[in-house]
Design a protein around this ligand. Structure first.
Ligand code: GLA
Length: 387
């Protein structure tokens, strides 16, 4: 892949000079959904799918971007003096946002770059193609300009750029997973403190299977921000009754004891999800450590139930996939993964059931929804870096 992209880079940009190559993965979250902006825990892992970057320094301040995924857009040219969001700049707003966020922190980008990007994460699938592009840019800048930044900083800078340059109020999970991923491990991250621990994902006789519904409902960003606001309001209401700084600090019992402080039934459901999902995540990681994959799977099912009815971020197509999966022998657990309203499910499937899972669910989904689903049997990859 790298060689092919370098060749494409040379044909496109011509010229001389050292060319360097980078990769940042996408992620799948195993459990702990919509907890990362509520001071809770998440449990994602990096994929081997992700975004590649081929880069060469320039002597002027120009930036030239080209994506092999959007060939029709051609080379998009801008400069280090124009780091402002621009709808016409299309996907380049992501790398530009990261450059902006570095400069905001006092890092000086003292020359321009020629960049070629290629990503193999299916677009709009909820597997964090944008976070991987942000983290990729962070790694490129660190290496090219010799910046002294940690990988955790790169994740935070990526999140800052997404929140304040690209207008999506996301949490830290996606960028953290892309920057900090570890082969064959998931990251148990406390988003309140950024304390994290790697947990080996040893499933013995089972595999992680991602199913892409290939739908993405348009309300994603606005509904995401709505959920955040609802949780913030619920937290404010709860603070009148109990001394907390985030929903992640509550146990289920504490939530039940104080929930009446939340003056609206919808907000109560949102907060309930945040609290219960966080506790479920802690329990799920414990189960995995004890090699109790069955319990891990049950907690995944419960997570979906809560995301479907209390947090209301699922959709018909995803529920079809999850219902089919959960009813199938050999499936230990299945749930929506990522921000919601389409995208993917993640399931734990016994090795000998994987083929039937793909063929049966594939067939029924096509009949019910009218288009195909896609399936990926997951390999857990490493975090971003030079390749
Ligand atoms: C999106 C956001 C993450 C997280 C998930 C939901 O992927 O980018 O920060 O909130 O949704 O768990």
């Amino acid at each position: 892949m790298k060689e092919k992209l370098i060749q494409q880079f040379q044909e496109l940009y011509k010229g001389e000079g050292e060319i360097r190559s980078y990769f940042a993965p996408g992620r799948v979250n195993l459990i702990g959904e919509h907890t990362d902006y509520n001071g809770g825990h998440v449990f994602p892992c990096a994929l081997t799918l992700g975004t590649y970057g081929i880069v060469r320094s320039r002597s002027d301040r120009k930036l030239r971007f080209y994506s092999a995924n959007f060939e029709r857009l051609g080379v998009i040219e801008t400069s280090l003096d124009e780091l402002v969001p621009d709808p016409k700049a299309n996907w380049t707003n992501y790398p530009k946002g990261v450059m902006w966020a570095f400069e905001k922190r006092g890092y000086k980008l003292n020359h321009g770059l020629d960049i070629l990007i290629y990503g193999n994460i299916p677009n709009g699938s909820g597997l964090s193609s944008s976070a991987s592009l942000e983290v990729l840019t962070g790694v490129i800048l660190k290496d090219t300009y010799g910046f002294d930044v940690s990988m955790v900083d790169i994740a935070l800078i990526g999140q800052d750029s997404e929140n304040n340059f690209n207008g999506c109020n996301c949490g830290i999970m996606d960028q953290f997973a892309s920057a900090m991923g570890k082969k064959d491990h998931a990251i148990f991250l406390d988003t309140n403190t950024l304390h994290y621990e790697y947990a080996p994902v040893v499933l013995e006789d089972a595999k992680i299977v991602i199913t892409n519904s290939k739908v993405k409902h348009s309300l994603v960003d606005s509904a995401y921000n709505d959920r955040r606001n609802e949780c913030e309001t619920a937290l404010k209401e709860l603070k009148a009754a109990v001394k907390i700084e985030s929903l992640g600090e509550l146990t289920e019992e504490e939530y039940e004891a104080h929930k009446d402080a939340i003056k609206d039934a919808v907000r109560q459901k949102r907060a309930k999800h945040a609290v219960y999902e966080n506790q479920r995540t802690i329990r799920a990681v414990e189960a995995l450590k004890n090699q109790d994959v069955e319990l891990f799977g049950k907690l995944m099912n419960a997570s979906h139930e809560s995301l479907r009815y209390d947090y209301e971020v699922s959709c018909e197509e995803i529920d079809i996939l999850v219902d089919l999966a959960q009813a199938m022998p050999g499936v230990l657990g299945s749930r929506i993964t990522g921000g919601g309203f389409g995208g993917c499910t993640v399931s734990i499937v016994k090795n000998d059931a994987v083929d039937t899972f793909i063929s049966e669910i594939g067939k029924t989904y096509q009949e019910k929804v009218g288009h195909e689903a896609e399936f990926y049997v997951v390999d857990i990859g490493s975090g971003a870096g030079i390749i």
